[in-house]
Write a new protein. Structure first.
Length: 94
């Protein structure tokens, strides 16, 4: 009975720890998008930012251009392609 209780406690701790990290990673990616949006609102042109991100993408030679959704859950920053898509959508809405 004690072993089962300890196993249950461990499982609850593991799930809680895992869940908290997923929320933190999501918040970090969201903040990156908000930083891009704030930069545009301060006067930077979305096209210029897209061009800079495209150059960065080419120079880094990202191995995974469009990571699967499961892998993306564990990234602290959004992929460059996703940032470019959001900036282009932001430009269209202007």
């Amino acid at each position: 009975m004690i072993l089962l209780t300890l196993l249950l406690i461990f499982l609850i701790q593991f799930v809680t720890f895992f869940s908290v990290y997923l929320v933190v990673f999501w918040a970090m990616r969201r903040n990156e998008y908000l930083a891009d949006k704030g930069s545009v609102e301060l006067g930077n042109q979305p096209n210029d930012m897209v061009e800079a991100l495209s150059i960065t993408l080419e120079s880094t030679k990202e191995k995974i251009k469009n990571p699967p959704k499961l892998i993306e859950l564990f990234n602290t920053h959004p992929s460059i392609n996703n940032r470019i898509k959001k900036l282009k959508a932001l430009e269209m809405s202007r």
